[in-house]
Design a protein around this ligand. Structure first.
Ligand SMILES: [Zn+2]
Length: 511
């Protein structure tokens, strides 16, 4: 199967993948890309591919297009990893990040330390640095979030953001880029009473004192030069200091200046290559961190756009690999599945209509902040039932019609679907509780009941189901191409991803 796949990497790479490169024979790759899609397993990847296919042709067309392969899916080596933590079958990003960064199991919540949180584990990024490579960490969420932090911080609690931020500055790594830092969670007395802007100013001072160049807008980002460690933060950050969702940035392009000048994960990746390239090579970690967040919110359209944005970053690395086929290794994986996402539901059985998801124009968070919350604030006291104005917003943002607003019957909600949305509205607008916390938890999780009901109704119509608001233990693909990619074939544990990468790099992770 490996040999039959088409690769653009030329005969040399093809030969390596055919097994001509036994361990120890070829040189260690000079350029290593380690892509981690947070919350990304097969369902998230293939939902994006099937959506792209459905945009081109109805899947019910016999012989027609069913999906369009992402760049990562075209990698010649495909493995599969299990993601369990030391203390649970279903992991979190701290334990999974530790496994992927260090090749060791730990308990959920712990970063790059053993399950007793007394002994630090060495990370692949640290070993790459020791080897003389330059090291970069890129993510669409905050740079101190569990997955990226597992490569440079050794802490007992993933929420200890102040210590993680210090570890970032003291890491000696060369390029940190993407989201910001959770400065709002720094709990030292010296930060008491300071605004986030003041805290960022202090971060910038501390970074400068350590020799970092600092960019927090597009002009400064464009002007970044080689030779100094770099901290580059997107000019727009959400409530959790992450880059706004790709879907919201697209909406901003057409309807407003809202995210003008925002920097994509692909651009942060390209800049990393530009700044890190040197004779000793580089080790670049790139996390698509918000696939997970959108999956927690059971928001399929947003998941899909995050996966595509992640794949766009992978494409940058793959193009670089095409230019340096004898020196590049790209490994793509996820840390765990999220949401229990399925392609197919009880309601839709064997039919699907993923193109319907295109009717959604904002991700769950911006629909809340920009549309729903302002609407409810303008209309107090809230009417007993969903008012026509709100139905109009549901129609324009999700393509669902519960009030006979449009002439297309395909978007009409059934009586049952309408009653579900009315119940959710009642909850949000009147803080109504029917006394069943268990029923609410099953229906809405800890999300806005109105919005989660909207995404559920739209997703179900499209043929996307969700079994959970949390992570699951579904195994995660590992996709690899380039020098030493053959090592990632097979079915193995997540610690093995790091161990096989260490073997490719000719470094020792330690016991
Ligand atoms: Zn998560």
């Amino acid at each position: 199967m490996t040999a039959m796949r088409k690769t653009n990497w030329g005969a040399l790479t093809t030969a390596l993948l055919l097994g001509f490169s036994a361990p120890g024979v070829s040189a260690a790759p000079k350029y290593i890309f380690y892509f981690i899609g947070d919350g990304m397993a097969s369902a998230q990847i293939h939902a994006a591919e099937a959506y792209l296919g459905a945009r081109r042709q109805d899947d019910a067309e016999p012989g027609g297009i069913k999906s369009v392969a992402l760049r990562m899916s075209q990698f010649p080596v495909q493995g599969m990893q299990t993601s369990a933590a030391n203390d649970r079958l279903i992991t979190d990003s701290a334990a999974a990040g530790t496994a992927l960064a260090c090749g060791h199991k730990t308990n959920t919540g712990i970063l790059a330390m053993d399950p007793t949180a007394t002994r630090p584990y060495t990370t692949l990024a640290e070993l790459a640095k020791d080897k003389g490579m330059k090291v970069g960490i890129v993510t669409s969420v905050s740079l101190d979030h569990a997955t990226p932090a597992a490569f440079y911080a050794h802490v007992a609690h993933r929420n200890d953001y102040q210590r993680i931020g210090q570890a970032l500055l003291e890491s000696g790594f060369d390029y940190f880029a993407g989201g910001g830092l959770r400065v709002d969670r720094w709990d030292g007395l010296e930060y008491a009473g300071l605004s986030d802007a003041q805290r960022y100013a202090l971060l910038r001072e501390q970074a400068s004192a350590r020799g970092f160049q600092y960019a927090a807008d597009r002009a400064a980002f464009t002007a970044l030069a080689r030779g100094r460690p770099t901290l580059a933060i997107n000019p727009y950050l959400d409530d959790a200091n992450a880059i706004p969702y790709a879907l919201n940035r697209q909406a901003g392009e057409s309807s407003s200046e809202r995210y003008q000048g925002s920097i994509s994960l692909a651009e942060f990746t390209a800049k990393g290559i530009e700044l890190l390239d040197n004779p000793q090579g580089f080790f670049l970690v790139v996390e698509g961190g918000k696939i997970d967040w959108a999956a927690h919110a059971n928001d399929a359209r947003t998941v899909i756009e995050e996966v595509i944005a992640f794949d766009d970053a992978i494409r940058i690395a793959a193009d670089f690999g095409t230019r340096h086929p004898e020196a590049t290794l790209i490994v793509v994986t996820g840390d765990h599945e999220c949401g229990g996402m399925s392609l197919g539901t009880r309601a839709t059985a064997h039919t699907s209509a993923l193109e319907i998801l295109a009717r959604q124009h904002l991700a769950h968070d911006d629909f809340d902040d920009q549309v729903l919350t302002p609407y409810l604030a303008r209309h107090t006291p809230a009417p007993p039932d969903i008012p026509p104005g709100l139905w109009a917003l549901v129609s324009s943002h999700f393509g669902l019609d519960g009030a006979g607003l449009t002439t297309t019957t395909a978007d009409d909600l059934s009586d049952h679907a309408r009653s579900l949305l009315e119940a959710a509205y009642d909850k949000v607008a009147h803080d109504h509780s029917d006394g069943s916390a268990e029923a609410d938890a099953l229906r809405y999780g800890n999300h806005n009941p109105f919005i989660i009901t909207l995404t559920h109704l739209l997703n179900r119509r499209a043929g996307i189901g969700w079994a959970s608001f949390s992570h699951t233990a579904v195994p995660v693909p590992v996709l690899a191409t380039g020098v030493e990619a053959w090592r990632f074939d097979g079915y193995y544990d997540n610690t093995e991803v790091a161990r096989r990468l260490a073997a490719a790099m000719r470094v020792e992770l330690g016991p």
